[in-house]
Design a protein around this ligand. Structure first.
Ligand code: ADP
Length: 326
């Protein structure tokens, strides 16, 4: 491990052209750690103001419902973080806990109750679901207007066609963290590792929306290292600790680590941070990178969902607003 790590916030950070950085070979001494907390705080401050305005106008505070199935440590940590973030912006939250052995019908019934509850503006469900519950139980039941993590096919379709809806929060966070730290993405070669519906696929679409040229890698990619080495922007969402090492990166790469892996009681990403920071221009830490931004973005979706439900946005009638965003 070499060099020192700087935590550079948006106030001090100058937008840089990553191509020129790549040529000048970023040294480990000036690697930029893409701290997610300042962006999360900025988004939360905005949401907090919007929650105040909502309460003055409609006389109540919207509720975020989190459904967890089974009580593993990872889901507990996840829910605790969301609850803490909810408190910070002044929205109410409700946790619905089902046993790990819950049936698809039980989940459907809980979701229907939450769908019907006018105070519940948004619903998130901890994934992956246990084996006996198909994902379709969730996507067939959750109302698109309350689907603040963008898993319903309506929201997926709106995203794909570039219309306004709810994006998967984690994918949105992965892109927003780079933009917040001043990196322009236009024209960059990007590699996304992972093709899951929750992260890999949406990240790929959002990077194209930002005008990147995108390659998607997955378990059957023949030579992952070669693909990653060509990338100026690397987003890893594989769920595999230590998958991306320094020798796979080009000097000056921008690295966004979306992986959350529980290793020896702690949480690490997919990227070997200690080696990668010697080569990368900028890298997100795990924890403290994409995670806090994801939570803040979920809350932004929640207040937007609440407003849309009150003011009759087309998504509340099961179709999206025909306003292209990309
Ligand atoms: P997440 O929900 O974080 O996206 P998933 O487990 O659903 O995680 O998906 C992991 C994705 O990462 C899959 O698309 C898989 O093909 C990809 N992946 C996993 N391991 C590797 C690997 N060693 N090399 C390349 N891709 C991988």
């Amino acid at each position: 491990m070499t060099g020192t790590v700087q935590l550079i916030g948006p106030a001090t950070r100058r937008p840089r052209d990553t191509a020129s950085v790549a040529q000048s070979h970023a040294s480990p001494a000036n690697v930029v750690v893409l701290d997610g907390r300042p962006l999360a705080a900025k988004v939360r401050a905005q949401v907090r103001r919007q929650v105040g305005g909502f309460r003055r106008r409609f006389g109540y505070v919207p509720v975020l419902a989190a459904v967890i199935i089974g009580r593993e440590r990872a889901s507990r940590v996840y829910v605790e973080q969301i609850l803490r973030a909810s408190r910070l912006v002044g929205v109410d939250s409700r946790v619905v806990e089902l046993p790990r052995s819950a049936s698809a019908d039980e989940l459907r019934q809980e979701l229907e109750l939450l769908n019907a509850d006018a105070q519940v503006a948004g619903i998130i469900v901890q994934q992956p679901l246990p084996r006996q519950i198909p994902l379709s139980t969730l996507t067939d039941t959750i109302l698109p207007a309350k689907d603040i993590d963008g898993i319903h096919p309506l929201n997926t379709g709106l995203m794909t066609l570039g219309y306004e809806g709810f994006l998967p929060a984690c994918a949105e966070a992965a892109v927003e963290i780079l933009k917040f730290h001043g990196y322009s993405l236009e024209g960059r070669r990007a590699v996304v590792i992972g093709r899951s519906n929750v992260v890999g696929k949406p990240v790929q679409l959002l990077l194209v929306r930002e005008h990147c040229t995108v390659t998607v890698c997955h378990r059957r990619t023949r030579n992952l290292a070669d693909e990653v080495r060509r990338a100026e922007v690397v987003v890893s969402a594989a769920g595999s600790a230590g998958l991306v090492t320094a020798d796979m990166l080009q000097p000056g790469a921008l690295v966004v680590d979306v992986g959350i892996n529980v290793v020896r009681g702690g949480i690490v990403g997919d990227v070997d941070f200690d080696s990668a920071r010697g080569v990368a221009e900028a890298i997100t830490p795990v924890p403290g990178g994409v995670g806090p931004v994801t939570n803040a973005i979920l809350l932004e979706h929640l207040i937007r969902a609440a407003r849309w439900q009150k003011t009759g946005h087309p998504i509340t009638a099961g179709h999206g607003r025909k306003r292209r965003v990309a």
